[in-house]
Design a protein around this ligand. Structure first.
Ligand code: BV8
Length: 257
C-alpha cells in the first residue's frame, strides 16, 4: 500500500513509455539499513563529516583512516539486503525496453537486487584501484599494511569511488546525460539533489520535456520543479507504483549474488 496515491497521468504515461531513466541516491538504500550519505554517522565515525572524508585530501593526509572508513561501510553493506524499492526497479527494467538506471550510490545493492543496466556515477565501495596507475586492482597479497599496496607497482591502493573534487567516469556520465535527455519519464529517487553533476540530470530531463517524478519523504531543491513529488519512502511507493502500472504479474527480480 503506497503512503501516497500514484497520480493517474503518471500511470498512463508509464504504461506507454518506451524510454524511462531513473536516478537514485542514498535514500533508496535507507530501508536496507544502509545509512544515507548525510545522516549522522555512528560510533567511531560519528565525529567525522562524510564530505570531509570522501576527498583526495583526506586520503592523502590519512590514508589508513579513509581506507578503514570504507572498510566499515563495506561491512554495513554486506549485512544489508536489497529492499522492495530496489526490487521494484528490477521489475520496471523488465517492463520498459529503454530503461536506464543511474545511481550515485556506491553500495552495489541495485546489482545485488538483479538490475542489469546500472550506471554507477560515483564508483563502487567494493572495488579498489591503484593510487598511481588509477587502474582497478582485483586482488592483492595479505598484508598488515593499511591501505594495502598495488601488486603491480607498490603504490597505495584506494577505494574505486569518485571523491569530491574528482571527475566522474566519463562514459557513465555521458550515458546518463543521454538517458536524461531522451527519457519520456525521469525519476529522481532518494537523493537530496545537492551533488553535481548528478544533480543536473533531472534538469536535463525537464528541459527536454520529460515528465519528472521525485520520490523522497523530504523536500529537496528539485521538488518545486518536478511534475510529481511523491512524498514517502521509496521501499513503499515504488512497489505500489509498479503494481498499479503493470499489475502484480511483473516477474520478481532474482537476487544476483
Ligand atoms: C566534480 C562517492 C568536477 C564517495 C560521492 C568545490 C570543489 C570541487 C568540486 C565542487 C566544489 N563545489 C561544488 C563542487 C562540485 C561537487 C559538489 O557537487 N559538491 C556539493 C556538496 C555542492 N561535486 C564534485 O566534486 C563531483 N566532481 O564536480 O568534478 C570538478 C572537479 C574539480 C573542481 C570542480 C569541479 C564529485 C561528486 C561525487 C562525490 N562522491 N560519493 C562516497 O560515497 O564515499 S557523493 C555522495 O553524495 C554520495 O555518492 C551520495 O550518493 C551523493 C549524493 O547524496 P545523496 O545520495 O543524495 O544522499 P543524501 O544523504 O544527501 O540524501 C539522501 C536522501 O534520501 C535525502 O533527501 C532523504 O530525504 C532521502 N531518503 C531518506 N530515506 C528515504 C529517502 N528517499 C526515499 N526513500 C527513503 N526511504
Amino acid at each position: 500500500m503506497s503512503p501516497c496515491p500514484i497520480p493517474a497521468p503518471l500511470v498512463t504515461r508509464l504504461r506507454a513509455a518506451r524510454r524511462v531513466a531513473v536516478l537514485t541516491g542514498a535514500g533508496i538504500s535507507a530501508e536496507s539499513g544502509v545509512p544515507t550519505f548525510r545522516e549522522a554517522q555512528t560510533g567511531l565515525w560519528a565525529r567525522y563529516n562524510p564530505e570531509e572524508l570522501a576527498t583526495p585530501d583526506a586520503f592523502h593526509r590519512n590514508p589508513k583512516l579513509v581506507w578503514e572508513w570504507y572498510a566499515w561501510r563495506q561491512e554495513r553493506v554486506r549485512q544489508a539486503e536489497p529492499n522492495p524499492g530496489h526490487v521494484a526497479l528490477v521489475k520496471m527494467e523488465r517492463r520498459i525496453a529503454g530503461f536506464t538506471l543511474i545511481t550515485q550510490n556506491v553500495d552495489g545493492l541495485h546489482r545485488r537486487a538483479g538490475s542489469h543496466q546500472v550506471l554507477e556515477l560515483h564508483g563502487n565501495l567494493f572495488r579498489a584501484k591503484c593510487l598511481d596507475e588509477d587502474r582497478p586492482v582485483e586482488n592483492w597479497p595479505d598484508s598488515e599494511e593499511i591501505p594495502p599496496r598495488c601488486p603491480r607497482c607498490g603504490a597505495l591502493l584506494r577505494p574505486d569511488v569518485v571523491w569530491f573534487g574528482e571527475m566522474l567516469p566519463a562514459g557513465a556520465l555521458r550515458a546518463a546525460e543521454q538517458a536524461a535527455a531522451t527519457a519520456e519519464v525521469f525519476f529522481s529517487i532518494g537523493t537530496s539533489a545537492l551533488v553535481y553533476p548528478a544533480a543536473d540530470l533531472p534538469f536535463t530531463a525537464l528541459r527536454a520535456g520529460a515528465m519528472v517524478v521525485e520520490i523522497n519523504p523530504q523536500p529537496t531543491p528539485l521538488s518545486s520543479q518536478v511534475s510529481f513529488s511523491l512524498n514517502g519512502p521509496a521501499g513503499e511507493i515504488l512497489p505500489a507504483l509498479v503494481e498499479q502500472v503493470w499489475g502484480a504479474s511483473v516477474p520478481a527480480g532474482g537476487t544476483d549474488t
